[in-house]
Write a protein that binds this ligand. Sequence first.
Ligand code: PA5
Length: 463
Amino acid sequence: MKIQFDDTNLLAGMVGEKHGLASGELERESAFAIEALGSFRKSCEEGRYGFPHLPFDTATIKSIRSYAAGLSGSFDTVCLVGIGGSALGAWALDCGMRGPHPVQGSFTAKHPRLVILDNVDPSFTASSLASMNPKKTVVVVVAKSGSTAETIATFLIVREWLAKAGGKKHTSRIAVVTSEGPGDLGALAAREKYRVFGLPANVGGRFSVLSAVGLLPAALIGIDIGKLCRGAAEMTHECWTPDLRANPALHAALAHYLLLTRKGKSIQVAFPYANRLWGLAFWFRQLWAESLGKAKTRDGKIANLGQTPVAALGTTDQHSQVQLYIEGPNDKVFTFWAVAKSAEKGRIPSAKLGLPAFDYLAGQSLAKLIDAERRSTAAAMVAAERPNCTFTLDRLDEAHFGAFMQLMEFETAFAGEMLNIDAFDQEGVELGKRFTFGLMGRPGYEPFKAKFKEYEAKGKAAR
Ligand code: PA5
């Protein structure tokens, strides 16, 4: 497993002093970074944060594998009901390992597909249900809290759909992943005898992909979760190394922290050059946004911190976003994600057609072209003084995928320490959730319904 981080194009010598890091700046701040690593490690040792331990949890990996093996051959679709951190990891793994969307190929009992019901768009839900055979579907419901309105509402629909088609036996094809401890989803699972997989209390939703949250759907669609976790375990050792140059997560976290706080790069564009990494870019977007976008520092000072993550796909978005990236506001840092060894080369036929726009490409490959496009975009960004850096994954397999996810979780945790914020809460989304509960009539949330009415009245008065 090999993942490299190249920071050359973040340096002032490449993009100018105004936008780049001075030579030796990272080294001068390495004690600060190592201190961040130390304080995060201490919190983990005290049991506050659990994601670094997940790849070593062989008992969970074993029980998921045996559950998946027991059902193998009896389904062609896994229907995941969940949202946010309870869905994006599985989506990223599906896209990365089973194949890029929307061209994954046919699905069979040997090669089941994943359908994720996250958004409560009624038309999307109806179309999804119409596309699945309830007798050949395994349902995985994921909600750490056990009470997320979107997940519960969708599950009630899916549960009825399954029961109508499958009679009493349908409950054997429902599995639940929820927080260890009391919760309404857990209570229903116990009542209806669904298989339950626990999520440790110290693992937050967006850091949970290597728990049953991501591993269960992954195993059901045929991903080798052992290899995934072995790659992540190997990366975990690298991420605990108190040496900036031997620890890509710490190195990248410090670079992004400095670009945000000293150079005003308030946007980070995650720019994979592989369709298989496109789902991962959306997973990363949530991880970076929800973890680092915070009103207050740990000591209670209002700071409104964060770096807005944007997902772009190379080469597609060269023809959509790069004009803005190169000539628009210089408020972004670009993080390219490259794959060194592509499984397919995409050989371009060598026959010449006597046409200049065609013939120079003859006999070359798409792998060479996409690599040239990424390096050319990086060079063009340097010419426009736009700082950019690159993660290079040696190849795209389970081990590298697991390692890269673990790297990004560590990078996020380290960046949170450097910013002196709590990267593991999400207070900012709570009020909206409470308003929804109030509007949908959940007992106990009447004050939020009243508050919502005040907001509507304010809108009328403001006109
Ligand atoms: O990262 C998080 O904690 C959130 O994005 C949650 O994953 C999301 O809100 C879904 O929560 P739950 O798993 O409780 O349904």
